[in-house]
Design a protein around this ligand. Structure first.
Ligand SMILES: O=C(O)CCC(=O)C(=O)O
Length: 325
């Protein structure tokens, strides 16, 4: 019975799955003219990423190039990191130690029960933006990061190291993203911005942690969400447009570097954002106003509150399509 239900669920979910489009050895001009304007994820293959592809395959090489630099990491007992139940904690480890624990989880019994995830941050994460070039100078000459956007639009470049199996929750970022996979394979599931209502968001993250066997009693709309999927191999670059939700599973020990790029005018980015995931300041203010508006309706009886809440939604939608003065 349970397996029938799972099979049915899989069928429902699979009916909304598309493959991410692949492009071979594309140039900057092709990217800008033919790929970027589609506002769809794209898997770029065959780009020249430099010797990192070969060199970083050796955990000893990577560990010794960076050495014992302290890095702040997520540690969890479960590979499925869950920001709702907060099943992870932060710990600081020497970088070389982190690489050895991720690449050889069996080396000690106590490490076997833990999964690790490094999302590099600046020296002072509250103020400094991750910059692969200045934060990891000994690795810079190994890697050619794709330059598909104007240089002055680069916001950050982020080194990511993960244990086998680690799954990062579904979230969106406000900037365009080029994710360069260097060591190991990765499964990426993406949802378009239009799936927002089906993803049960809390801030920039989806509260549906298990995207393959979701609890449809709690999240009935989740099965409607259109999804795109791809598997990244070493050397692949995934273009993730701003506001596209993504859920990433490292299929083995994984090393990647992604870069975030500003696609909009600077005034649409929060100057205090060091991660690239804060909504535009204008949107943050608008959301506060919505909270205030809902506060004004708070004392109405339920039936009136629901009715006027719908009126607010209709009005906002009409404004979007210019039907209201
Ligand atoms: O590849 C990863 O580890 C996560 C990538 C990601 O979430 C991002 O680049 O925003």
């Amino acid at each position: 019975m349970y397996s029938d239900l799972c099979a049915l669920l899989e069928m429902i979910i699979m009916s909304h799955v598309s493959e991410v489009a692949e492009f071979q050895s594309c140039s900057c001009d092709t990217f800008q003219a033919a790929i970027y304007p589609l506002n769809q994820p794209a898997l770029l293959k065959g780009l020249d990423l430099g010797p990192a592809l070969k060199l970083w395959r050796s955990p000893d090489y990577l560990a010794s190039r960076v050495g014992p630099k302290p890095v702040k990491i997520h540690v969890s007992q479960s590979p499925k990191m869950d920001f709702v139940s907060k099943n992870f904690l932060y710990r600081t480890l020497p970088f070389d130690e982190l690489v050895h624990r991720c690449s050889d989880p069996g080396q000690k019994k106590e490490y076997f029960d833990e999964v690790y995830y490094l999302r590099a941050v600046g020296d002072n994460p509250r103020k400094d933006i991750a910059n692969f070039t200045t934060d990891y100078p000994s690795l810079v000459s190994d890697l050619i990061l794709p330059q598909f956007f104007p240089e002055d639009k680069l916001f950050s470049s982020v080194l990511r190291v993960a244990s086998p199996g680690l799954q990062l929750w579904t979230h969106y970022d406000v900037m365009d993203n080029l994710l360069v996979q260097i060591v190991g394979r990765k499964r990426v599931v993406l949802f378009p911005p239009s799936a927002l209502e089906d993803l049960y968001l809390k801030g920039d993250k989806s509260t549906v942690v298990d995207i393959d066997t979701p609890d449809l009693e709690h999240f009935p709309r989740f099965s409607n969400a259109e999804r795109f999927e791809c598997e990244m191999s070493p050397g692949d670059v995934l273009f993730i447009p701003a506001l596209w939700f993504h859920n990433v599973t490292s299929l083995g020990y994984s090393v990647a570097v992604n870069s975030f790029w500003r696609g909009l005018d600077d005034k649409f980015y929060d100057s205090k954002d060091t991660y690239g995931n804060k909504d535009p300041p204008q949107v943050q203010r608008a959301l506060q106003m919505v909270d205030k508006a809902m506060g004004l309706l708070a004392d109405l009886p339920d039936s009136f509150r629901e009715f006027y809440c719908q009126r607010l939604i209709t009005r906002a939608k009409d404004k979007m399509t210019n039907n209201v003065d």
